[in-house]
Ligand binder design. Structure first.
Ligand SMILES: NC(=O)c1ccc[n+]([C@@H]2O[C@H](COP(=O)([O-])OP(=O)(O)OC[C@H]3O[C@@H](n4cnc5c(N)ncnc54)[C@H](OP(=O)(O)O)[C@@H]3O)[C@@H](O)[C@H]2O)c1
Length: 430
């Protein structure tokens, strides 16, 4: 057999540990599929003395990960440090400039600096692979960039953050509030100590920006993604969603519209019968719609050592085989310049929950605000009568423009009989 592919692993955390484990345990099938053995020969992390439960015997240690890029004995760099800047970015840039292929799991880096990195990869004619960056073990990058390459994609959507999906699932199953479930998820290791990236939708937005670039063949545009997280979702809205035949999911959705690409991450109500509504717990799913293939849905584990290693090792096998694809599916010169569309232009149905004082005339004021802004009401639910006290009122609208909906909500919020800012959740056909 040919000489092993010599790989440097920068980062020995969850993902790095998984990659080492997989390359050891599955060395035989990896070598067969790669046409040569794939061997980790050098590693870098912050703390050399930390007990990682991994054997690092025989591996060269680098305190400075960027130095890996300049080592002539290393063929490929795996960057699993994380972060859109700092050592991860410096390492990836140095490796590409030195002509070394890079495999990364770093969605933040790709979403924020993906255009420059693609240019660098092209300039030096070297691979930058990132299957693990989106939806962990689900081979969604390969699916969009290669398997569906002949299609015009009209929409790509998915459950892209397992932490949020887990929290929303437990809230629904146990009827519990967000803050309680988040605290438990942190104890169980399903949510980070600082959970903001996950629960505020930023992680999902990084992934959606990557998927949208691949699906629509255009430069990655993270800043154009509208982002909302799940902090404001309450148990009462989840219960109403169930009553109305919906599930609440944090979705990332990118769609081709007449005016351009609309990309958004926010909680959605999706019909209970839709396949994506049934993806529960830490699982991820991605749906793509192509003009020839129709609808494709992929589901699986979006995080964790094993699934992420599975994606990293697949990229290493491609590199060992010499299989290469431009970072965004087409060369920079062939990418489309289709513009992005803002959220105000969104057209869809809305769920609105108000807490109102239960007294005559209140509903008339609310419906007048909706009517004045051209928002047409589909249905209304009111639970429990307690004259003079706060009761929830739920309104489901027909298809309406986001800008009109926002104006109507601003007016409704000002009504003296409306006690809190209304809860608004967009309804998505899924
Ligand atoms: N965890 C997942 O399930 C998952 C899934 C998909 C994608 N990803 C992505 O994969 C990447 C890694 O995630 P992770 O969960 O494995 O992170 P992690 O467990 O926090 O591990 C990060 C590793 O990077 C090392 N590191 C940090 N700063 C460094 C520096 N300046 N120089 C050298 N090494 C440094 C750390 O060293 P020490 O160990 O010495 O502190 C640690 O080994 C991130 O981009 C993440 O978004 C993760």
């Amino acid at each position: 057999m040919t000489r092993p592919l010599s790989v440097a692993l920068a980062g020995l955390g969850t993902v790095g540990g998984g990659v080492l484990d997989m390359l050891q345990k599955n060395a035989d099938i990896v070598a067969a599929r790669a046409g040569r053995p794939i061997a980790i020969t050098a590693v870098s992390a912050r703390d050399r003395n930390r007990d990682r439960g991994l054997s690092l015997d025989g591996l060269r240690w680098f305190d400075d990960p960027v130095a890996l890029a300049h080592d002539p004995a290393i063929d490929v760099i795996v960057e699993v440090i994380g972060g859109s800047d700092g050592p991860a970015r410096r390492l990836v840039e140095a490796a590409l400039a030195a002509g070394k292929p890079v495999v990364t799991a770093n969605k933040a880096l790709l979403a924020v600096h993906g255009a420059e990195l693609a240019a660098l990869s092209e300039k030096h004619n070297v691979t930058l692979a990132f299957e693990a960056a989106v939806a962990g073990g689900i081979p969604v990058i390969k699916a969009l960039r290669e398997g569906l390459a002949g299609n015009r994609i009209s929409r790509v959507a998915g459950i892209l953050n397992g932490t949020c999906n887990y929290i929303l699932t437990v809230m629904r199953e146990r009827g519990r509030e967000f803050a309680d479930v988040l605290a438990d998820a942190q104890k169980l290791g399903y949510a980070e100590a600082d959970p903001a990236f996950d629960i505020d939708g930023i992680d999902a937005a990084h992934k959606l920006a990557i998927l949208a670039a691949l699906a629509f063949g255009r430069p990655v545009a993270f800043d154009a993604v509208h982002v909302e997280g799940i902090r404001h979702i309450s148990a009462v809205d989840i219960a109403f969603a169930t009553e109305l035949g919906y599930r609440i999911k944090l979705l990332g959705i990118a769609r081709q519209t007449e005016a351009g690409i609309a990309a958004r991450v926010h909680p959605c109500m999706v019909p209970q019968a839709s396949p994506i509504a049934r993806v529960d717990g830490v699982f991820n799913a991605v749906v793509a719609e192509g003009d020839f293939v129709g609808r494709v849905m992929l589901e699986g584990r979006g995080a964790g050592a094993g699934p992420t290693a599975s994606a990293v090792v697949a990229d290493l096998i491609d590199i060992a085989r010499g299989r290469a694809t431009p970072v965004w599916g087409a060369g920079s010169g062939a990418l489309s310049s289709v513009p992005s569309v803002g959220m105000e232009a969104h057209l869809g149905a809305y769920y609105l929950r108000l807490m109102v004082v239960d007294r005559p005339g209140v509903i008339a004021d609310v419906t007048a605000a909706l009517r004045d802004e051209g928002v047409s009401m589909g249905s209304m639910l009111q639970r429990g009568r307690s004259p003079g006290e706060a009761v929830p009122v739920v309104i489901v609208t027909h298809e309406t423009r986001e800008s009109a909906m926002r104006r109507a909500i601003a007016r409704i919020t000002e009504l003296e009989t409306v006690l809190e800012t209304p809860a608004m959740i967009r309804i998505e056909a899924a």
